[in-house]
Design a binder for this molecule. Structure first.
Ligand SMILES: [Zn+2]
Length: 365
C-alpha cells in the first residue's frame, strides 16, 4: 500500500463565517448590537468596560492608522498599552484603582465579550431537532473522513485553526445519523498518535485553566437545549461545561484566548506546544489547503510559522488558498518562496465550494 500523504488544513475566520461567527472586522459591531439588545448573558459590566476601551482608542485613532474595527487589533493594542505603560493615560482609568487592576479587568472583560458574542452568533434555533447544526463543517468532516479512509494514498490530516469558536469542534463529534464521530486532540501536551490534531493557535472558548489541577482543561462542547412554553424544542448555544471534569472545581468563565501579537505573556507558555506542533506538521506537509484565512496584518506570526515551519521542506505538492476576497491571493504569493509558488493555486470561492474542489483531485479506492 502506498505511503500516506501529509495534509494540513489552515482555517481562518472565513471558515466559521458560514456557521454564523462574525469576521474579525465585524466583531465589535456584533458585540455592540448584543449590548443594545440586552443579550449580554449578565455581563453588562464587561461589555461596558470593553466599549470604554474602544472609545478611548478611537480618540487616539485620529493620530494613527490602528484598525479599531477589528477585534484582534483592539486586543493587541490593549496588550501593547501595558507594555508601553500607557493603559491608564489612554483609558482615563479611575485613579483609585491601580493601573494593573484596571488593565487585568479590561483583558478579562474582553475575553468574556468575545466568548459571549461568539456563543450568541453561532447559536442556532431549530424546532426540528436536526442532526447537523453546522452544515459547512459537517461537509468538511465528511471530507476529512474521505481523505483519511477512502482515497489512495490515504491522507494524514492536521487542522490548524485561527478561530476561537466551537462550531468545528462540535461538528466533528456530532456528525449526524449513521456517521462515526471524528475524535480530535488539541495537543496542549504531548500528542497521542491516533487522534486528529486540531491545533487552535489563538486558543479556544472551551480552554480553561483549572487552578486546582494546574492544567488547561478542555471540556467537550455540547449544545444547550431549550424547550419553550409550547413544548417546542430548540437547540441554541454551543457551550463548554463550567466544571472541571477531573476535580469538579468550578472553572472561571474566562476562556484561554490569545491575541495574535508578537509579544509574550503567560498564556503563550500554556499553548506553546500547539505552536511547535503546528510548525512540525507544516514542515512535513505535502498538501496545504488554506480556507477563509486572509493573512491579516495583525497576524505577522503566521508568516514566521510558515517560513520557519517549512524550512528545508521540499516535498510540497500543493499550496491552495480558498477565499472569496481576491486581494488575498497577492498576500499569500508574497510570503511563499519560489518552490511553493509553482504549487500555488488560488480559488476565489467560499468554504462551501472548497470541500468538493479538494476531493475531486484525489483518487477514490
Ligand atoms: Zn481541576
Amino acid at each position: 500500500m502506498a505511503n500516506p500523504t501529509q495534509t494540513v488544513f489552515i482555517l481562518g475566520a472565513g471558515a466559521s463565517k458560514e456557521c454564523g461567527a462574525p469576521l474579525m472586522g465585524e466583531f465589535l459591531d456584533a458585540a455592540h448590537d448584543l449590548m443594545l439588545l440586552g443579550q449580554t448573558n449578565g455581563a453588562d459590566e464587561d461589555f461596558q468596560r470593553v466599549f470604554k476601551w474602544v472609545a478611548a482608542l478611537k480618540q487616539t485613532h485620529s493620530m494613527s492608522n490602528l484598525d479599531i474595527q477589528n477585534i484582534e487589533s483592539v486586543f493587541s493594542a490593549l496588550e501593547m498599552s501595558k507594555i508601553l505603560n500607557c493603559f491608564s493615560r489612554i483609558n482615563a482609568s479611575d485613579k483609585s484603582n491601580s493601573e494593573i487592576d484596571e488593565y487585568e479587568k479590561t483583558v478579562a472583560s474582553l475575553r468574556k465579550v468575545i466568548a459571549i458574542t461568539l456563543e450568541n452568533k453561532t447559536a442556532i434555533k431549530s424546532t426540528n431537532q436536526p442532526n447537523i447544526l453546522y452544515l459547512r463543517y459537517a461537509e468538511f468532516s465528511d471530507l476529512i473522513e474521505d481523505l483519511t479512509k477512502k482515497v489512495t494514498p490515504h491522507h494524514v490530516v492536521t487542522i490548524i485553526s485561527f478561530n476561537y469558536d466551537l462550531t468545528l469542534d462540535y461538528a466533528l463529534i456530532h456528525r449526524g445519523k449513521d456517521k462515526n464521530k471524528i475524535s480530535y486532540e488539541y495537543c496542549l501536551e504531548e500528542k497521542n498518535k491516533e487522534l486528529l490534531p486540531l491545533l487552535k493557535l489563538h486558543g479556544s472558548l472551551n480552554w480553561f485553566h483549572c487552578e486546582k489541577c494546574k492544567k488547561i482543561i478542555t471540556p467537550i462542547p455540547r449544545a444547550e437545549t431549550e424547550i419553550d412554553k409550547n413544548g417546542t424544542y430548540y437547540i441554541t448555544k454551543i457551550k463548554a461545561h463550567a466544571v472541571c471534569p477531573k476535580c469538579r472545581n468550578t472553572l472561571s468563565n474566562e476562556p484561554i484566548i490569545v491575541p495574535p501579537t508578537w509579544n509574550k505573556n503567560s498564556h503563550y507558555d500554556k499553548i506553546s506546544h500547539v505552536w511547535s506542533h503546528s510548525a512540525e506538521k507544516l514542515s512535513m506537509a505535502e498538501n496545504i489547503f488554506v480556507i477563509g484565512f486572509s493573512l491579516p496584518e495583525t497576524d505577522s506570526f503566521f508568516k514566521y510559522l510558515y517560513g520557519l515551519g517549512t524550512v528545508g521542506s521540499s516535498h510540497f505538492k500543493r499550496f491552495w488558498v480558498f477565499n472569496p476576497d481576491e486581494t488575498v491571493k497577492q498576500k499569500f504569493q508574497s510570503i511563499l518562496g519560489p518552490l511553493a509558488d509553482k504549487r500555488f493555486r488560488f480559488f476565489p470561492t467560499r468554504f462551501s465550494k472548497a470541500t468538493s474542489e479538494i476531493l475531486i483531485n484525489f483518487k477514490r479506492n
